[in-house]
Design a protein around this ligand. Sequence first.
Ligand SMILES: Cc1cc2nc3c(=O)[nH]c(=O)nc-3n(C[C@H](O)[C@H](O)[C@H](O)COP(=O)(O)OP(=O)(O)OC[C@H]3O[C@@H](n4cnc5c(N)ncnc54)[C@H](O)[C@@H]3O)c2cc1C
Length: 365
Amino acid sequence: MARDLIVVGCGIVGACTALAAQQAGFRTQLVESRFPGAGVSAAGMGHLVVLDGPELALSARSLELWREILERNPRSFEYRQTGTLWVAESGADQAALATRQATLAAAGIASAWLDPRALNLEEPALAPDLAGGLLLPGDGIVYPPKAVHELLTRAVALGATVRCGRRVTALAGDGVVLEGGEHLAGEVVVATGGAGSELLPELPLMARKGHLVITDVSGPSIRHQLVEAGYTQGVHAPSGLSIAMNVQPRPTGQLLIGSSRENGVFDPAVSTEVTAALVRRALRFLPGLGRLPATRIWTGFRPATPDGLPYIGHVPGRGPVWAAFGHEGLGITTAPATAELLVDRILARGSVLDGAPYDPARCLG
Ligand SMILES: Cc1cc2nc3c(=O)[nH]c(=O)nc-3n(C[C@H](O)[C@H](O)[C@H](O)COP(=O)(O)OP(=O)(O)OC[C@H]3O[C@@H](n4cnc5c(N)ncnc54)[C@H](O)[C@@H]3O)c2cc1C
């Protein structure tokens, strides 16, 4: 008989988990307090990117799974294989990218070094004084709200059910309690993103605020997602404000400009200072941005764990409760591998990835 699985939260992680669970033979119910994709998934950039730090295994496996997912109906995700072009501003950046290239090559991930001339040919809109770039052709972009919708549609087609506008107020040992008191029985996956600690306060979680700016269509033309080499230092910075150039060409012709990270800021309001710093940094690399009008500016909160890796696995002392949250700024990328690993852990079967680095038990006091 099929096992009942309740997935709490329908962002990218909950939608991927529901799909993987249905494929594995569970009877899955998704419970979402608002509507699918209403959380941080709607605020993200949708860059599918392999990182070379602690996130390497999860992001690389996810890109493999994304390619399988995207074999069918890639347009419904607004997918583009833009690649990522990591841009070096200095000799030090160049050296850091050489190390990155070696690490990625050891993991079987192809990349190509572009000297300044080749960089200019690849992306003529970039400033002429840059030191080169590292191109990862396998990376891409999706539009996250549409990705959530399509993944959910696939899960529902396999028999998953969804309840929107229903908040889970408590875990009950053998299921969950909904607002109003209704009880649902089954094993539980908590995939509530930045609200993860509300149901599981024993798992620490921080919010890292980010700003994004989207321009109108009259800007310089770029083909790749452009990211400055130092971006990953900001990802791992424990405190303060960090800004790094990160610009995505949207299929519409607009440019999506990031990215900022702020720790300890909880007000969702757009900050003029942070936005100005973000745009100044982008201008350093793309001078043609000039006075290009922004059509929208928004913020979102990345759910971050103390060690930067998500919680994926069983929560000790909670009965049949599993965590799948804390994906910081990489959850759109890493949702498919999260779902695969989680379902394998629930079924107590082997998995492609070693689950130990993501085990929630590592962060319990
Ligand atoms: C500015 C910015 C840029 C980003 N760019 C990228 C990027 O380019 N690439 C990338 O890979 N990642 C990116 N991210 C990160 C990515 O958006 C997140 O890691 C990812 O969306 C997390 O998804 P999630 O499903 O865990 O959370 P969410 O999308 O927040 O989903 C959780 C869901 O749970 C629901 N919920 C909460 N509590 C309850 C409850 N009690 N009962 C029922 N439902 C509940 C919420 O309503 C929500 O829909 C970015 C994030 C930000 C902020």
